[in-house]
Design a protein around this ligand. Sequence first.
Ligand code: FES
Length: 576
Amino acid sequence: MARKRPEDLRSHRWYGVDDLRAFGHRSRTAQMGYQRSDYAGKPVIAIVNTWSDINPCHSHFKQRVEEVKRGVWEAGGFPVELPAMTLSEPFQKPTTMMYRNFLAMETEEALRSYPADGAVLMGGCDKTTPALLMGAISMNLPAVFMPAGPMLRGSWRGAALGSGSDVWKYWVELRAGAITAQDWEEIEQGIARSPGHCMTMGTASTMTSAAEALGMTLPGAASIPAADSRHAVMAVMTGKRIVDMVWDDLKPSDVISSDSIQNAVAAVLAIGGSTNSVVHLIALARRAGLELDLETFDQVARETPLIANIRPSGAYLMEDFFYAGGLPAVLKQLAVSGRLKVGARTVNGSTIGDNVEPAKIYNDDVIRPLNNPLVASDSLAILRGNLAPDGAIIKPPAAETRLHRHAGRAVVFEDYNDMAARIDDPDLDVDENSVLVLKHAGPIGAPGMPEWGQLPIPKKVLAKGVRDMVRVSDARMSGTSYGACVLHVAPESFVGGPLALVRDGDVIELDIPGRRLDLNVSDDELARRRAAWRKPAPRYARGYGRLFSEHVSQANEGCDFDFLERGAPTPDPEIH
Ligand code: FES
């Protein structure tokens, strides 16, 4: 479309007209120290900033937002910072997932109700990325995502430490008595030593990479470490770019297409991304009115080699990934092998194919060439069966190979507290062949589908030197976790999914190559159990918890609210 004129700007209805309300908008802007010439006829850029004192992953955003503003000013825009719910993964209970849709709504409604012509979305800590994108897609104003960037490598006695992955690893060693309390305390001090999000290929790195593959960031933005000066430069460039996007009216609906969604799925699988991305990408696609189902992930996983050698699937960390060429080098590999839809548009105005054309691999152990992948295919698998009629997920490379086909007796925990109370009980009837089952950990039952899916290995099994067991739940798992964990079982147990009917001693059969998850109990017996099953009382009588419980969808549908998923965009309010 032709470039906008100043009177075409959305903010013109607040600032540019000559009525009583506009007088109020201008006089109150003057109250903040601005002259008319600072904003008149300029795009107003809302900078949605998820900084807070309790979000270590965004602790540099106070500085970065100034850099975004500098870019906006330099390009002739008027920057307006809008703080938004921070979703701090390490602190928020029961889980940030409970509030992803909250931030998505906040983003959409803030952009709608204020004089925003375009938006810079500042996020990175796990759920902030999908939440900001979901809100921006629904509002459909020109928008760029500015990723927080990963923190620097952790360090302990000369060894590199990775967020999450090494916490789980050394926690097991501490429980097994293989490291001391002093060692554990030193790890605590060395594992998170700079601003930025988790620097393993956890949900944060996965989702910021997915945002880049979707075309919603500047090229290369997702891999730059937060502490690197190039991250500050990227922030300035993002601020500059959004002003031009407003004049060009380049909106999320011009960028996000079935091709760009397909690119995000392929990218996630090539980098060994978090299982959480499945839920988030389905939600994002649905916000854009596009179809994305679990089978697409399974199909793309069969065809896509895992080439990023990053923990938890591989050996390195995001800092190494950046030096090795970062996401553009991975996307280039996908492009040359025909796995990337190269014509998909991106926020910089070029196609993703053009953007990644100059990319190179600078360390082919960190980013493997396609003929030497870390895992040739199946970095993710979708399971179905009588225990998961609407699907479940497993990350095969994260599980010991001996467990890829496994049948074992269920040891059932009714909820998280039950599990925490009994998992290390010496009298628990469990051995290394058992299948640990956790109920009531799904979207409604937990609530919020927390990352409880990597159930701890019972101490008495650990003592035998065993480090992996089959675990089944309707929970999610941190992207930094590993193990033979079957996740996202749908429908969840709280709403009467078959998981609710499992009892101690039932045999559960996992067959990853056959994509099956079955409960070896007769249909008659299951029907008897179902007749005896009673729906648990609602968790919430009021407030956001009630809204969440009444409207959240199941994992295979993206866990969005039913009233936000699709439909025509909400029109702008009449401005008075
Ligand atoms: Fe923020 Fe991991 S805690 S990304």
